[in-house]
Design a binder for this molecule. Structure first.
Ligand code: HEM
Length: 145
């Protein structure tokens, strides 16, 4: 599996391709919620934790909101639209100073988790597709030089 990080000039937003439907079919909604939860737990121990809610209850709720979004973008029910409204991801991230380094840390924290899923039998094609989505869309969230 090639989990490579792409780079782009500040402000450049390359076209994003959504994860293929097979990814959610293979991982399942519960599996995707677990993945997001583990990613947030890894964030808590990382150098970008200061960007995230410091209150434990709010942090747990952030996991739910994020997982709602990822299930939706991966082809599942529109949980995020129902619970939070239109995604507007760039706008929702605007209050947080996300620079290239923060994005790299955020993205890299997914690597071991995707390798874990591969070891559990999720196909490389599906994981590669999910990674490709994260890799490119995370560039859009960089809003600070
Ligand atoms: C580039 C690195 C990123 C950083 C540092 C970052 C940081 C954050 C922070 C601080 C929040 C607010 C706390 C929270 O609700 O979790 C947040 C929310 C969220 N992020 Fe990110 N994010 C990044 C990339 C992404 C990407 C690429 C996606 C989607 C593919 C995404 C999806 C979300 C979602 C769905 C929420 C919840 C929004 C809401 O419910 O209002 N984030 N992010």
């Amino acid at each position: 599996m090639k989990l490579e990080i792409s780079y782009a000039a500040f402000g450049v937003r390359p076209p994003v391709v959504k994860p293929i439907p097979e990814f959610l079919l293979e991982v399942g909604e519960d599996g995707l919620r677990q993945l997001i939860s583990k990613h947030y737990d890894a964030i808590k121990k990382s150098d970008i934790y200061h960007l995230f809610p410091q209150d434990d209850a709010e942090f747990e709720q952030a996991k739910v909101n994020s997982a709602d979004f990822f299930i939706q973008i991966c082809g599942g029910p529109a949980y995020f639209n129902t619970n939070r409204g239109a995604p507007r991801m760039v706008g929702r991230h605007a209050p947080f100073a996300i620079d290239a380094k923060a994005r790299e840390i955020w993205l890299a924290l997914y690597k071991p988790l995707l390798i874990e899923l591969q070891n559990e039998g999720v196909t490389e094609t599906s994981l590669q597709s999910f990674w490709g989505y994260l890799d490119i869309f995370s560039l859009w969230m960089v809003n600070t030089k």
